[in-house]
Each structure stands twice: as C-alpha cells, then as structure tokens.
Design a protein around this ligand. Sequence first.
Ligand code: ADP
Length: 846
Amino acid sequence: MYQDPFFFNHVNRDDPIQISRFATLSNLRSVKDRKPDKDGYLVGPAIDLEEMLLLPHAMMPLTLAEDPNAMDTLRDAYQNSETLFACFSRQDFNHLTETAEPEKRYLEIGLEVAVGSLISLDNDRESVLLQARNRVKIEDIWQEDGLLMMRCLPVKSRQRKSNSLTALKRAVVNEFERYASLVEFINDDVVEFVRSVEDPGDLADMVLSTLDLSEADRLAFLIETDGAARLEASLRNLKHEVRLQELEAEIQNRVQSSLDQNQRENYLREQLTTLQRELNDGKPIDPEYQELSEALAKISLPQEARETVNKELDRLANTPPFSPENALISAYLHWVAELPWDKETADNLDINHAREILEKNHFGLQKAKDRILEYLAVRSLKPKRNRQPILCFVGPPGTGKTSLGKSIADALERNFVRVSLGGVHDEAEIRGHRRTYIGALPGRILQTMRKAKSVNPVFMLDEIDKLNADFQGDPAAALLEVLDPEQNYAFSDHYLEVAYDLSKVLFITTANTVSSIPPALLDRMELIEFPGYILEEKIAIANQFLIPKQMEENSLDGEPILFQEEALKALVEGYTYEAGVRNLEREIGSVLRKIARMKSEGKTLPAEISPELVEELLGPAEFFPAVAEQNDEIGMATAIAWTENGGEIMPVEVLVMEGKGNLQMTGQIGEIMQESAQAALSYLKSKQEAFQIPADFFEDMDIHIHVPEGSIPKDGPSAGITLATALTSAVLAVPVRHDVAMTGEITLRGRVLPVGGVREKVLAANRSGIRTVLLPRKNEKDLREVPPQVLKKLQIVLVEHMDEVLAAALVDKPISRKPRAASSRAKKKKSASDQQDAPQASETSR
Ligand code: ADP
C-alpha cells in the first residue's frame, strides 16, 4: 500500500473541484507498483509527457486532447488501478540520452506514475491527475497496437548508512521544518511524514517536490540517480528558499507595521482634531496651545498685537497638531511671547554714579565721557523725553567703543545688547522675512530685542559703516526707521507683522570711519570720536586695566608680577600695530598664559617681565615702526596719511626724465590722489617763470610719480601739498628735508586747505622720527587733541600757501638749480632702496 500525504498536499481545500478530485485521489493509495519480471525488468504501457518534467512525489494535472491512444492508455490504467510509465521527449534532451528511436529521442530516465482521477471536460478533452512515483531507467520503447510500450529497470538508490549521511538527513529535515513553518501549503502531516522517511533519495525527492524549482534544476534532479547527491542539493535549495521566505516575511512585516503605524497616527490625529473642534469654545487640549495662550495672556500687548495673537491662537487650535501649519503658527506665537513688550528696567539717572562707573572702567576718553554725562544729565532732567540724538562712536578697532557702551548700560542699570551690521546688504536682515517664506525669521533688530529681555536696553549697532546696499533693498533705509524717533515707536518687521515699539531703546552706533556711513544715517547721529592712543596712553591702559584683567583671566591674580615699562613699550611697538589696544590686550594675555603654565609646572615665576622675557616668550618682534628717510633727497617728500588703524607716514617719489611731456603715476594712487597730482602739476606750471624753469621743459620731459604700496590702501586729497613738494623738488633739483612730513589739500593756485585726522597724523609723525610737521593753518584747533608731551617734541608749522610749504620743506630756495633736473640727482648720495625703486629711470644730463 502506498501512503503518501503529498497526495493531499497540493489540494486547495476551498476549491470544490479540487475537493472532488481529492476524493478520487485517495484511490491512488490502492494503485500498486508494477512487479518486475524474472529478469528484473518492468514492462508496461507508457505515455510521452514530452517536456513536462515531473519529480517523484509531485502531482500534475494534465489535460489531454487529440491523442486518443494516450487517452486509452490512461483510461485503462485508471480503471485497472495500475501504474504506467512516463517518458520525456524533447529536442534539447538529445545530448542526455542514448535511448533512441532515430526520429525521436527520450530522456534516459522515466517515471512510474499513478493516475489519480479522470474527468471529461467536454467531448474530446479529458483532465487527469498524475502522480509521479519512482524513477526508472528506460531500456526500450516501442509501439504496440498503436500504444506506447516501455521496458525499464527501477532505479534503486542503495546508500550505505554513514554518520555524515545521517547528519545530512537531519539537517534537511530541520530545514524542511523551518520551511514548513514559513509557508502555508505544507501541513503537519507532511512534516511528520518527512521525518519518517528512511531513504535519502526519497527524502530528497519529497522535499524537492515542494519547492518551486527552475526547469533546469528540475531536469538535473530528475536525472540524478544518486540519492545522497540529490539530498545534498535539496539542502542547498531548501536553505535558499527559506532565506527568500524569511526576507519576504520581513518585508511584509515592515510594510504592514508602517501601514499600521500610519493608520494609528491618522486615527489619533483625526480624533484629536475632532476633540479640539468640539472644545474650541471651551478649553482645547493641545498643551502647546495651553502654554502659549497662558504665556501671551500674561503679557500686556498693544491692541494691534493682541488682535493678531488672538487670531493666530484660534488658527492654532484649528490646525491639527504635528502639521507643518501648526508648527509655523506656534513658532510665530513663541516669538511674540518671547519678545519684551512690557518689561522695562528702571533707569539710574544719578550722574555721579555714572561718572564713577565710566571712570572706573576707562582710561582717558575724556571727550566721550563728558558727552555721555551730558546726555544722561539731559535725560535725568526730563526722563520722558525720548528725542535725543543717536550717539555714534567713531574710531579704529580696540579703542574702547564697545566697552564704553557697556559702561553706559551699567551706569544706567539697563540691559546691554549689541548686533553687528558688518556685511549686511539685504533689507530683510534688518526687517526679517515675511512668514510666507520657508524658514522665515524676524530681522536682526527684533532677534536682538528678544535677547535684551527689556524694552529699554542699551542697544549697540556695530559697524554701521560696513552696511552695503544692493538689489535686495537698502538696509540703511530700514535702519533709518530704527533710529528715527519719529518712526521707531512703530517699527515694522516683516515676520512679526505688527508694529513694535523701539522708542525706549537707547541706540548707540559704532563705526571705524565716517566716510562710508550712509549720509542719511550720518545726519541723524552725533559723532563721538575715539581717536586712538599714543604709546604713553597704551602703557597706562595696560597697567590700569588690561594687565589686571588678564591676570585674573589667567588665574594669576594676587601674584606679584610686574611688567616693566620697557616691556610694555616693546609689546606696543614690536608686537602690535594698531591705534587701539585690542591686540595689546591679546599679547599681554599670551605672555600671562605662558607664565600661568610655568606656575602650574611648579617653576619659579619671574618677579618682573622684561623686554628680553617678552621676546623669549613671544618670539622676535613682528613690527618695526616706519621711520623717516635718513637723507635729504631730490624728488622725495613725506606725507602723513590717516588709516583706520591710525596714522602712517607715506613717502611720495617723483622722477623727471627726458620724454614727451607725459605724466605717469604708479603705485598706490587712488582717483582722488590722481586729481591732487594733476592740481600739483598745474600749480608748478603756473610757477614756471618764478622758478626759472626753461620754457619747453614740460614738453620735453616725462614726469613719473610713485607712491609705494602700503599694507592699507590710502586715498584722499590730503597728500596734495606733498605731491606738489616732491614734484617741485624733482623739477628744480632741490632736495627735500628728510625730517619734514606734511598733510594738506592743494588748490590750483597753491592754497592749502584743511584735512581730517590731525591727531592721528601728528602722532604717527612723532612715532616715525619726524621733527617738523606742516599742517594747514585751518587745522590749528585740532592740535588741542594732541597730547602736550607729543607737541613738545615736534615743530609744527602752520601753512596757508604752497610758498610756505616749499620754504619749510626744501633745503634751498625754490629756484631751478639745473633745468634738466634729473641729472643732478645722480650726483647725490643715494640710498640703496632708491636705486631699487626706480631702476627704469634713464638719467640723462645735457
Ligand atoms: P572697540 O569696540 O572700539 O573695537 P573694545 O571696546 O572692544 O573696542 O576694546 C577692546 C579692549 O580694550 C577692551 O578690553 C577694552 O576694555 C579695552 N580698552 C579700550 N580702551 C580702553 C580705555 N580707554 N580704558 C580701558 N580699557 C580700554
């Protein structure tokens, strides 16, 4: 009796047709295998399944039509409950077979099959269910009365038992169990049955019949007669299939769980929205809403802002939480809630208190301190008066602008905030972006107000000279609105949308130079200059403020460490190059850091810091002060220029050579300086007769003006008299005094006009070893700002006309010594640098 639960396995129990077949299938149990004849051969009727490969234990429904002979064979077998044989013929099997009818070739391996059911579908079609049983090796195939007959030998896999085979079987069974647990169509009966199978080949066949194999694999297994080899292959296939099934399950799981999560969320969200709608009149349940509405209720907002806030709160309640819209609205409301609207600090308007604080924190800066005290005095007399000019602190970096601003806040007992406007070129940076923009935020003014936490902070707007206007709108215009007391009580920020009152803020602006402050802004501000410090002032600031501050920062307070004056001088002159003291503070910090390290390493600390120790700690000096020329030169005069870092001396060179009357200018010459040079030349030409310059001189000679590049570009009209002096010197061949420096604008008629930055310029001249400084007479008043100890060292000559300039600067009377001037220069002693600077000059003498 043949028992094989695989029979039932492929039946879909929900399908009535298959169930009826299932009933008939049980008949197969009684189909007996054929008995071999005395020679061991099996003989019987056969059908040609052509290319429908079947593995033992597998079942296959087969529809037959137009082949009456094959139908007869099947019908007989079915009715007699007998097995029959199946063979496979196909063109591409040729290489696998020797069983040959010349015109038709069969696979060498065939099958013994049982016929399960036979159903007539219609007149000439019948459906039959085949079940493959054993492999047979085909010996012969022939026709008999029109029916196909086969003689064959049963394929027996006789395997000897071995440990490795047992292990292999176990592995296959285990893997099969796993597989069965992953797929639905293998039931427990099948698993049970598989466990009981002894023969390795049978086991392989059973397992393989449940797998979805490729055509090629099926062929390979069909013709493989070695059971152990099949079993091994079945294990490989099983594992592969299990892996696939697991992956599939995993993917399914993932998809399913993400679907579930989504559904859950949607469901909850919907519920929440519904609840919120229901509760809108009462109390909504969103904690965000709750928090915001409570926070906003506590603030006293202006009417307009209150209305907007209420509207937005309503919108917040009506948008689902976690939606982008909801996030935007709540971000906005947070902004409103965090801005100061009604918190105001009480001013301390005690002038004496203010003076104390300003003096305590700052050395010098008398003008600035006085102005600030006046400002506070006016306020204390009329506290409600807001129309005060905006202060603008102008000066080089590190001159104490920020720290003085902070001291004002301290004196008034107000909060202090600052924002840098350097590089701002877009109006939106001041005023924010509209909320319709993604990632919109308020502008810098309101962002800084949020930090201020009160409506009346001291608000420092740094670097207003570095604002740029471009196509994005003019930030200066927005700033005007900020600073204008007529408008700033209702400052409009694009993001906030409602007016914000800035009128209680005390604005202070800072700039390095006045020239690039937008004029409309400049109009509204009162300038307070921070001019930069001289050496003595820097040393005093270092001793009184910077050193104690840095000692504390480097945990050295209380240590008896003293900076020698010479050491501070070395730091100022050799390691920094600035008008302020920012780098000086940094260098002092570096020195003290190194000493702090010595302390932590347990070394003995130096009691005094000498210039030598400074060099030892910081390395060799980096800067060498610009020094005046050593010799009186023809065609070389010294100007003093103003830069953002303070003053600087600047040599101007002129060479005259044979040519065609051209004027050439090289080096660092800006547009305004070029115009000055033209004016200087015109002045000289107008003096041709007085200076006894030959008639055709300017037609026959070329003039070359050169201003060596400095580290900082300089331009402006103040080099005018220097250009004229150098030119005159070159043309007349009269040398210029090397220890004279000058500044002043020149007119065509030789008048000298006043210039700016006198204090810095005089200080620079002093630093550089100049003895005599020529200044426009109109600048006399500015000398009050120059420290007296500097004035004592210098001879200041106030001039109104070029004649006076030449009289003071040239070593001789301004009368042509040698008309073709350049030649005399050759006879003069020349410095090495001169020769390098003008190698192209062809000097001629006639
Ligand atoms: P600015 O804002 O002009 O660039 P800062 O206010 O930042 O300069 O000053 C740089 C450093 O120099 C600060 O530590 C400041 O305290 C110090 N400083 C500048 N001027 C003085 C001064 N007159 N008295 C005391 N310290 C000063």
